[in-house]
Design a protein around this ligand. Structure first.
Ligand SMILES: [Zn+2]
Length: 433
């Protein structure tokens, strides 16, 4: 039986990773971080030693694709729920009601459950229902109730521009929830580099300065994780909601003014325009075809009837979206009547545009080292997070098979492990015979 030991050793080595903490009764924790509007290539023209190190010590995706719509609230809620926008119905950063003409800005929506809670459970609640402790620091959708349930610990986003000292304090707070209070999942959100991307444009030197600040913040996060002895138990996913593109202005282009093509007041009862490249309109009764035909004549945009969306948009089932949706060509703003729009950068454009693609890094005990992943859709982050937290996912549209290859111990390995264990038992019985 001299052959048994080498065989067993080679089988164990083939499995390649230490036994899961699940087997020893311990559960690794997860910190999900989002830096809003971090385009996939923002670290290519700036020195980012800490992000580079993150890639060497963990996993990086070449880029990831946000869902349609490439906006903060819709995209974040897809990440945290694993559902397409047509299912979770957070269809805009603004809360609106086309019947009453109510329009609330993004900041005001953050504590309004009726905008977020449409029957889809985000990860915080699903995790809590399985006995885990969760927290949300500034994260969109974290500060409301779902079916009457709140996230265990919530800090609502402070809309003031943040600075480096505050960012460090926020990291200290979140890490103390793990080190002192045994939280399992915390989501942490930063409003940059979205803000600078809008104000100055993605090519402005201030955007590069912001990426350097973010890089230092990641350095501080990783130092703090090590100092608090969390490196062996805390996984970190670093991602974002969408990219950013330069807004095209006169005289380079003819800017779009939609009222030139249709009489907005006469034909529409509700609209959200002047909000970058994505616009929604509710035609007056019987005017839907007129609005569609008029907008179809406008250049540099695509107009859709809601029920004729391409399937890849995953928007057609939405009850909240009005009958007409307009997506401008990359960089064009949908001005309604006048050009009052001041942003130099924006998003909300088609998610197939490279400028709308965003980032994904992950590091920690459950992730591979120095692994560069092919691009994937952000919707597949949800099942990955459930796997890392060892919880049963709620119904979702993601696929673990897309993202589990980022893990050291993925499904295939676990199944293999079972067969190794069976083989071991068999061989041991043989040895005894
Ligand atoms: Zn933005």
């Amino acid at each position: 039986m001299d052959w048994i030991l080498p065989l067993l050793l080679s089988l164990s080595c083939a499995a390649g990773v230490p036994l899961s903490r699940a087997a020893s009764g311990q559960r690794n924790r997860l910190l999900l971080i989002s830096f809003d509007g971090f385009r996939w290539d923002y670290d290519r023209d700036v020195e980012t030693p800490h992000l580079d190190q993150l890639g060497r010590e963990g996993v990086r995706a070449k880029y990831i694709s946000p869902p349609m719509l490439t906006m903060t609230s819709p995209s974040h809620f897809t990440t945290i729920s694993g559902r397409w926008v047509e299912d979770h119905e957070v269809v805009h950063n603004m809360m609106y009601n086309a019947k009453t003409n109510l329009k609330l800005p993004h900041q005001k929506t953050l504590t309004r459950s009726e905008w977020w809670d449409n029957g889809v459970l985000p990860l915080w609640i699903t995790a809590q229902n399985q006995g885990l402790k969760t927290g949300s620091f500034y994260f969109p959708g974290g500060a409301v109730n779902y079916g009457g349930q709140a996230v265990n610990r919530v800090v609502v986003e402070d809309p003031r521009p943040a600075n480096e000292t505050e960012w460090k304090q926020n990291i200290d707070t979140v890490l103390s929830w793990f080190s002192e209070e045994d939280f399992h999942l915390v989501t942490l959100y930063f409003g940059e580099p979205d803000r600078v991307g809008h104000q100055k444009g993605p090519d402005h030197p201030d955007r590069k300065t912001m990426i350097r600040l973010i890089d230092r913040t990641i350095g501080y996060l990783r130092e703090s994780i090590a100092r608090l002895h969390l490196s062996d138990s805390l996984n970190v996913i670093l991602t974002s909601d969408h990219g950013m593109t330069t807004v095209k202005k006169r005289p380079e282009v003819e800017e779009l003014v939609l009222n030139k093509y249709l009489n907005l007041v006469k034909l529409n009862s509700f609209e959200i325009l002047d909000y970058g490249g994505f616009g929604i309109l509710t035609p007056r009764p019987g005017k839907e075809q007129d609005v569609f035909d008029a907008l179809s004549k406008a250049p540099n945009l695509t107009v859709y009837k809601k029920n004729e969306f391409p399937e890849s948009f995953h928007l057609a089932k939405s009850k909240r979206l009005p009958p007409i949706v307009v997506v401008a060509d990359l960089g064009f703003n949908l001005n309604s009547r006048f050009i009052v729009y001041v942003n130099k950068g924006d998003h909300g454009f088609h998610n197939s545009e490279m400028d709308m693609k965003t980032i994904f890094w992950a590091v920690g005990p459950d992730f591979k080292k120095n692994f560069l992943s092919e691009p994937f859709d952000s919707i597949h982050i949800y099942p990955l997070m459930c796997k890392v937290l060892q919880i049963d996912p709620a119904p979702h549209n993601g696929s673990l098979s897309v993202t589990e290859k980022l893990l050291l111990l993925h499904g295939g390995c676990q199944r293999y492990r079972v067969s190794v264990a069976l083989l071991l038992t068999l061989l041991c019985s043989l040895a005894l015979i």
